[in-house]
Design a protein around this ligand. Sequence first.
Ligand code: DGT
Ligand code: CA
Ligand code: CA
Length: 571
Amino acid sequence: MKNQFVADVLYQIADLLDLKGEIFFKTRAYRTAAQAIEVLDEDIEVVAKEGRLREIPGVGEALAKKIKELIDTGKLEYFEKLKKEIPVGLLNMLKIPGLGPKKVAAVYQHLGIKTIEQLRQACLEGKLRTLDGFGETTENNILRGIQLLEKTRGRVLLNVAYEDGMKYIDYLKQCNEIQRLSIAGSLRRMKETIGDIDILASSDNPDKVMNYFVEYSDVQRVLLKGSTKTSVVLKDDLQVDLRVVKEESFGSALQYFTGSKEHNVKMRGIAIKQGFKLNEYGLFDKETNEYIVGKDEKEIYNKLGLMYIEPELRENRGEIEMAEKHKLPKLIMYNDVKGDFHVHSNWSDGSESIQTIAEYTQSKGYEYIGIADHSQSLKVARGLSEEKVVKKIKEVEKVNKKLVDFKVLCGTECDIKPDGSLDYSNKVLKLFDFVYAGVHSTFKMTREEMTKRVTKAIENEHVDFLAHPTCRLIGRREPFDLDMEQVIDVAKETNTFLEINAFPDRLDLNDLHARLGKEKGVKFVLGTDAHSLTHLDFMQYGVATARRGWLEKKDVLNTYPLKEIERFLSR
Ligand code: DGT
Ligand code: CA
Ligand code: CA
């Protein structure tokens, strides 16, 4: 599918036009279309072939022509021309969080700054504050933004690597020279960002496997090719490493290449203390070098007197000590989830009707679905007026009448205002089956102010869940400086569930905060924040984060059957 590719080109055109100082509505047309294409549930090539491009919101005749050219030729002349007019460095500068096109255009015009490096230098030398509308604070914000950008550079979000990795695995499964096959590395540990994809295979014919590996259609270039390791770069610039080992070493190699490095260092130390030697080829006797085990990961952990440790826990955060004491938690499983609570319908800014969402999620195996549209003051996201809330509740009742063994719960994602009050009156909040409270604007506050704002909101008796508690966007917006311990304490006192938002650029709460919450006895709810049907599949990244946070089935609301959910929500 070329959807993301087409959307990305349109976003870049919008950025370039912004830089050129183009009138606002023209830029907006490109962004609207890009957004619509990103969440499209169909292949854009099929839509183009059937002449239905103009049915996509924001796509008029001129834009449809451009999209068609892009799909047919892989290029767009208009885009190429624009790129020649504007230095590419300026586009890179736009990636700095908090730096918009106006400011980028200004530093280019007045100071001749064309690259991020020149911009950093100018900030350090205090040159920006000479410009209109810039000050010392702007310089500091830009420097912080550059740092944030560098932290995630060269890494991709979990879902991007996961989709690439699974597609590659499907391809490799067709190779009959391969005996066993697995994802390894940070992707197997389901970390929130991934540097490169690691794949492990066992075979007696490594060279044939490597030949097959590099012939994959998404490979852009081959970095190195040997008979134990081969590395390629995919068309989306992500690197994939394949290692091939003998069947008897598959378990030890999987253990080694899954990492993390810190986990492995500790494991090798434990092996040595017990008179063994552990490496990617197996577990050996330290004195005689005799092979002991290595075919399966589990044997290695058990031979060392440890419980098997799930990949998501392997970060050397105490998991090895707990495995020694046989006290590891029994982690929530990916198929434990019986429903999603954070879904936007076309009543606000989602793309599907409540009926469609209900049918789709029931067919996926869910028992219930919570629709949580935005509240009234969130105009950009088409938040619902109080009047519309009443209509929507009627609509949900109508849909529920048609459903068997499935229930739609009518909720809201109610905005938390800067003073901690909520965007609906208590009279309206009472009408919903459940209420999420969440911050959506005015992010710049001190730690004290933000903590007070959030705790005040969850103290409202109608609030059941706190949505994306720190509001971070990975690589784009830092989490709030919140007193998380205090938020957790208040959540516990008020029986508020903290969300683990499963949308891949949020994963908020993160793994560490989830673990802190569990230790303090708070409960969690998983929500995908879906705005289209495809987004509903993000649930697995929420479960992954819960697992990385040591959570068990009982800690997560979504694992409970409908009856218990209803009992809880009617308190
Ligand atoms: P990434 O790719 O940055 O997201 O993170 P990883 O963990 O996938 O790291 P990567 O791809 O460099 O290496 C894959 C695994 O191989 C890593 O998790 C542990 C193992 N490994 C790599 N280099 C070393 C090393 O120098 N020592 C040890 N003990 N293990 C290593
Ligand atoms: Ca890796
Ligand atoms: Ca690697």
